[in-house]
Design a protein around this ligand. Structure first.
Ligand code: XMP
Length: 515
């Protein structure tokens, strides 16, 4: 069993980032709702607990509270934001509600060095000071303060309890990664056994024990997740695996040929390619609602698989490239807390009456872990480092109705944008490169002029972001001449488009995709 840190989720939208930061220290972290039954939590034998924050005050009626077993277990606890308030309250301290939470950058004064915070650390932090600690529990020391927040960090080194009013999981807190690393490695004494090889061995063992000698079907979409999941299951069960590639008609330019080429060698006769574009377009006819599109695409996918696999004999399992952020979003959808942003078709959109049992070997992994696993399994680096592409494909970038003509228009514009970015060397996965860039076709016509004639055509929005985790993102700042070139090319080469706009919205408040 790998060493595990349990993050008790108090409802902060940034809770998954805490898990990610912990795992950057090669320590496995599991995010569980704060009211998960004790038995399920303690079965993981946690080396320590982290309490995530919440956008609400810890003093509100019904607010999440620290479960008693966490204290009784005598393991280290780190409370963040209102998680700190909950910890202080549980140990007899006093907290007062001062104002509605308002997050901002603050400068810490670090009063003394401790096992998690040191006087030389970068003092910038991201915090809200709505709940104020007025009395520290017995035996605790104040570790840091800030202008409007006399107690910004505190702790009891002996019992290994720490509280941070600020959010170390966010990049706005530069020392945050280091602080979390110190908590899990020094305070909780985890040795760092969550290595790529451990991840692979663990997944292979799990897949083998789930599947036995039954046959397994996988879906290759050309995306990183489905490719790594397929390679991993292939490594675990060999010839028991058959893979299907469905051409939905919603893929980017040249994608289908490229995927075939990449997988033919690897899977040989066990790779089956199906052209289902007509079925997808026909099922999508008249549908404009983003969630309805995802549902229809998810269902169509499954139906196409069922039809294809009918001729492939008895296949009991289906591999899905579900990753941890998908699981968290879908879990939130069921709980109604930390509101979901959108359902992902590979989790939320599966029909209930499905003939397959799911194999989800990546369901505990973040994207960067998936990529490391892909590399370790010997997948080509162009594939492993490919930009993410949503399961529902161009359908969620073709706002309004999804027709073959509109998708083709979008595909051409997208290819021009990608080509120009790539020629400018901006699509590299190196630090500072663009993480994701694409075009969106809007269901809107605007007036333009071409060769002295009035035009009334659709418009393309360009979206490009930089991010490390896809949960928050910045819009990418380009040289203006690149945007001019892309705009000129799209409006002259793509028929029916007379205007190009560039999206300058971060996430939040926007999401990366437009639907
Ligand atoms: P958002 O738009 O939520 O996107 O900021 C975050 C990342 O997820 C991708 N995405 C999807 N991936 N099925 C997927 O497999 C989907 O339905 C889906 N929607 C968004 C998006 O491209 C970005 O990388």
């Amino acid at each position: 069993m790998v060493e595990t840190i349990v993050i008790l989720d108090f409802g902060s939208p940034y809770s998954p980032l805490i898990a990610r930061r912990v795992r950057e220290s090669q320590v496995y972290a599991e995010l569980l709702s704060w009211d998960t039954p004790e038995k399920a939590v303690m079965a993981l034998n946690p080396k320590g607990f982290i309490l995530s924050g919440n956008l609400r005050s810890a003093l509100e009626p019904g607010a999440p509270a620290l479960p008693g077993y966490a204290i009784q277990s005598r393991r280290p606890i780190l409370g963040i934001g209102s998680g700190m308030s909950a910890l202080v309250l549980a140990l007899g301290g006093k907290v007062t509600f001062t104002a509605t939470p308002k997050y901002d950058l603050h400068q810490l004064s670090i009063l003394r060095s401790s096992r998690i915070l040191q006087t030389g650390d970068d003092p910038q932090v991201w915090m809200s000071c709505a709940d104020r600690v007025d009395a520290v529990p017995e035996g605790w020391q104040i570790l840091a303060s800030a202008a409007d927040c006399p107690i910004a960090a505190l702790g009891d080194g002996e019992r290994a309890y720490y509280g941070l009013q600020f959010h170390p999981e966010l990049e706005f807190t530069p020392a945050g990664g280091q602080i979390i690393a110190r908590f899990v490695r020094d305070v909780c004494q985890c040795s760092g056994d969550w290595t790529v090889q451990a991840i692979i061995d663990h997944a292979i063992r799990q897949v083998r024990s789930q599947v036995g000698d039954a046959r397994v079907l996988s879906t290759v979409s050309g995306g990183v997740d489905s490719s790594v999941a397929t390679a991993l299951v292939g490594r675990a069960v060999g010839d028991q695996l058959s893979a299907v590639y469905v051409d939905t008609g919603l893929m980017r330019k040249d994608e289908t040929q490229w995927v075939r080429k990449a997988f033919q060698d690897r899977l040989g006769a066990n790779l089956h390619c199906v052209d289902a574009a007509e079925t997808f377009f026909s099922n999508l006819q008249g549908i404009t609602d983003p969630e309805a599109k995802r549902r229809v695409i998810g269902e169509t996918f499954i139906r196409v698989f069922e039809a294809t696999t009918h001729n492939l004999g008895d296949l009991r399992f289906l591999v899905q490239g579900t990753i941890y952020p998908d699981v968290i979003e879908s879990r939130n959808l069921q709980q109604g807390d930390a509101r979901p942003i959108k359902t992902h078709h590979n989790v939320g959109g599966l029909p209930e009456a499905m003939d397959f049992e799911l194999v989800e070997p990546l369901q505990n992994l973040f994207k960067d872990e998936v990529r490391l696993v892909g590399e370790a399994l010997g997948l080509p680096s162009e594939l492993v480092w490919r930009q993410p592409f949503p399961g529902p494909g161009l359908a969620v970038r073709c706002l309004g109705e999804v027709t073959p003509g509109r998708v083709e228009k979008l595909r051409q514009a997208d290819a021009i944008f990608t080509e120009e970015l790539s020629q400018a060397g901006l699509l590299s996965h190196q630090e500072g490169g663009i993480s994701q860039a694409f075009s969106v076709l809007l269901p809107l016509k605007t007036v333009g002029v071409k060769d002295g004639q009035r035009t009334y055509d659709e418009l393309i929005a360009l979206r490009a972001v930089t991010t490390t985790d896809f949960m928050t993102a910045d819009w990418a700042h380009f040289p203006g001449d690149l945007l001019t070139r892309v705009s000129k090319r799209i409006t002259s080469e793509v028929a029916g488009v007379n205007r190009v706009v560039y999206d300058i919205t971060g996430k939040p408040p926007g999401t990366i995709e437009w639907e």
